[in-house]
Design a protein around this ligand. Sequence first.
Ligand SMILES: [Zn+2]
Length: 324
Amino acid sequence: MKKPKGKLAVIVGAGRTGTHSLKILCVLKGISLRVIDRDFIRESDIGGCALYCKNSVGRLKAGEAKRIAGKKFGVEVQAECEHLRAGNARKLLGGASIVLDCTDNWGTRALINQYCLKNGIPWVYCGALAGGAMCATTVPPGRPCFECWAPALPTEPVSCSEVGVELKAIKMASEMQVEETKRILAGETPELTGKLRYFESRTARTRTLLLKRNPQCPTCAKRQFERLEGGGENAILSCGGGEWLFLNPQGKKVRHYGTKRMLEALEPLLPHAYGSLLKLSVNGLECAVFRNLRVTVRARERNRAAEANAIILSKLGASEKRKL
Ligand SMILES: [Zn+2]
C-alpha cells in the first residue's frame, strides 16, 4: 500500500471508537490528524476508550487525546474541543481528505454526510452497540449516502447506555473503519462503498449488506444541504437519552472566565472543579459547566434540563454585570 502524503484525516468523536481509531492511525506515517470532541472524560469512559487513563478523568477528550498521542506516539494531533454543528462545520472539517465518524448520534452523522457530500470528501461511518460493530463508507458522488439508508432519526433509539457495548465490538468497528481509511488515503478503492459491514462478537461472523441509493434522497440526489444551513438546535439529547447538552451561544461573553471566576459566580450552587470543567447540582440534577458555557444536564425531560441550564446562566449573567 502506498504511503499517503499530506493527507488530513479528521476524527469526529474521541470516545470509544474515536480513541481506538486514533490510536491505530497514530502509527501510520505521513498523515495529519485532527480530532473533534466537545465532551469530557468520565470514570465510565476508562474501560472502553483507548489512550485515556485514570488521570484523564475530568479533562476534555480532544485535548487529552492530543496530549497522549503526543506523549505515547510522538504524533502531533490537532484538537478541537467543540461540538460539531452547522455554524462551525467548515472550520472543523475544512481541509479534510477523509472524515471518520466516531460519534454516537444520528444528527451529527447527518451533518457530516451533508458536509462531505457537498464538498466531495469521503467519509467512513462506524458504530458499536452491545456485541455488534458496523462500518460503511460514503464516497461522493454516485454512491448511496448515509441518508439513503439511514434516512431519519430513529424514533426509539437503542443506545449504548442502555444495552452496553463490548470492547471487542468497539475495536472491530475501529479496525474496519481504519482499513477503509487507509485504502482511501492510498488512492485505492474502498471495500464498503454502498455496503454495510456488520460484525457480531457472539458468533465472530461478519456479514456485508448491500445498500441501495434512494433516487429521492434530499442530500445526494437533490443536493439539499439543510443541516449545513440551519443554526441547529441549542439543546441536543445525547446517546442514551439521559443527558442534554446546551450550546448556549449567548455564553460567548463569559468565554474567558477562569475556573476561579466561574466558581465564584456559581457559588450558591456549590460547584466543584472537575478537571477542566465545573460540576454542580441544580434541582437535584447533575450538571457540568464548560468554560465556554456549554452545559450538560443529566435528565430525561428536556424541560427540567432547560430549567437547570437557565438557572446556571442566570447566575453567570448576574456575575457578568458585576464584571467579575
Ligand atoms: Zn443519499
